[in-house]
Design a protein around this ligand. Structure first.
Ligand code: GLA
Length: 388
């Protein structure tokens, strides 16, 4: 891969003088969905698939971008003097947003860059290709210009740029999982205070299989923001009767005791998901530590049911993938992952059952939905790095 991206950089920009090669992973969340903006826990991990970047510093203030995933767009030019949030869509808003966020934090970018990217995360799959580009960009800037920022800062800068430059109100999970990724470990992160621990993922005879629905997210971003505000309203209502800063502070019992303060039945279900999902995540990590993979799988399944029935962010495509997965012998657990409304599911599947899983779930999905799903057996990888 390194050879291929360097060769393309040379073709696109004429030579490779001064260029370095970088990588930032994608991520998958194992459990703890829609909890990161509710002060709850998440349990994601970085993957060995992600975004490759070749970059070099220029002598002027020009910025040149090229993506091998969008060859038809050619070289896209901009300038450090022209970094401001704009309405028009386009992938360069992700690296530009990060540059803008660095400057906003007082890290002046002294010179422009030539950048070429190639991502092997399936397109629009909900495995955080945008957060991967954000963290990669921050890492490139840090490496070339010597900014003293930690990987955790790179996550926060990435999230800030996505919220304020790109207008997507995401939580911290994706950027954190990518910036702080560690091979063969998932990250148990408390989004209330960003404290975290690594938990080894030793699946003993099983693997993580991602099924990509190939359903484009469409309305996803507006629905995402809608769920956020439903939770905020529910929290405000609960704050009338209980002293909490976020839904993540409530146990299941306490929630049941105070939930009548929420004046709308739909909002009760939204808040219930946030509270119960947070507690499930804590239990799932305990189960993993106790080597109880079966319980971990059951909690994954319960997470999906809650996202389907109470939070309502699944849809027929994700439900079909998960419900068909549950029927397969050797599936330990299966659920949607990421924001929902399309994107991917993650399943824990015993090694000997993987081929049958792909066939059985794939055939059922095609028959019901009318187009194919794609399957990836993935590995848990490290955070961003310089490859050359
Ligand atoms: C998206 C967001 C994350 C998180 C998930 C849902 O991936 O970017 O911050 O909220 O959805 O868990």
């Amino acid at each position: 891969m390194v050879e291929a991206v360097v060769k393309r950089f040379e073709e696109v920009y004429g030579d490779k003088e001064g260029a370095k090669v970088f990588f930032a992973p994608g991520r998958v969340n194992l459990i703890g969905e829609h909890t990161d903006y509710n002060g709850g826990h998440v349990f994601p991990c970085a993957l060995t698939i992600g975004t490759y970047g070749v970059a070099r510093v220029r002598e002027d203030r020009k910025l040149r971008f090229y993506s091998m995933n969008f060859d038809h767009l050619g070289v896209i030019e901009s300038s450090l003097d022209d970094l401001k949030p704009r309405k028009e869509a386009g992938w360069t808003n992700y690296p530009k947003g990060v540059m803008w966020a660095f400057e906003g934090r007082g890290y002046q970018l002294p010179k422009g860059l030539d950048i070429l990217l190639y991502g092997n995360i399936p397109n629009g799959s909900g495995l955080s290709s945008s957060a991967s580009i954000e963290v990669l960009t921050g890492y490139i800037l840090k490496e070339f210009f010597g900014f003293e920022v930690s990987n955790q800062d790179l996550a926060l800068i990435g999230q800030y740029s996505e919220n304020n430059f790109n207008g997507v109100n995401c939580g911290i999970m994706d950027q954190f999982a990518i910036a702080m990724g560690k091979k063969d470990n998932a990250i148990f992160l408390d989004t209330a205070d960003l404290s975290y621990t690594y938990a080894p993922i030793s699946l003993k005879g099983a693997k993580l299989v991602i099924a990509c629905s190939n359903k484009k997210r469409g309305l996803g971003d507006s629905k995402y923001n809608e769920r956020r505000s439903e939770c905020e309203t529910a929290l405000a209502e609960l704050q009338g009767v209980v002293d909490i800063k976020s839904l993540g502070e409530l146990s299941e019992e306490k929630f049941e005791e105070v939930k009548s303060a929420i004046k709308d039945p739909v909002r009760v279900r939204r808040a219930k998901h946030a509270v119960y999902e947070n507690q499930r995540t804590v239990k799932a990590v305990e189960a993993l530590k106790a080597d109880n993979i079966a319980l971990f799988g059951e909690l994954m399944n319960a997470s999906h049911v809650s996202l389907r029935d109470d939070y309502e962010v699944t849809g027929i495509e994700l439900d079909t993938l998960v419900e068909e997965a549950w029927k397969v012998d050797g599936v330990i657990g299966s659920r949607m992952t990421g924001a929902g409304f399309g994107g991917c599911t993650v399943s824990l599947v015993k090694d000997e059952a993987i081929d049958g899983f792909v066939k059985q779930v794939g055939d059922a999905y095609l028959a019901k939905i009318g187009y194919k799903a794609d399957f990836y057996v993935v590995e848990v990888g490290d955070g961003p790095c310089v490859l050359r």
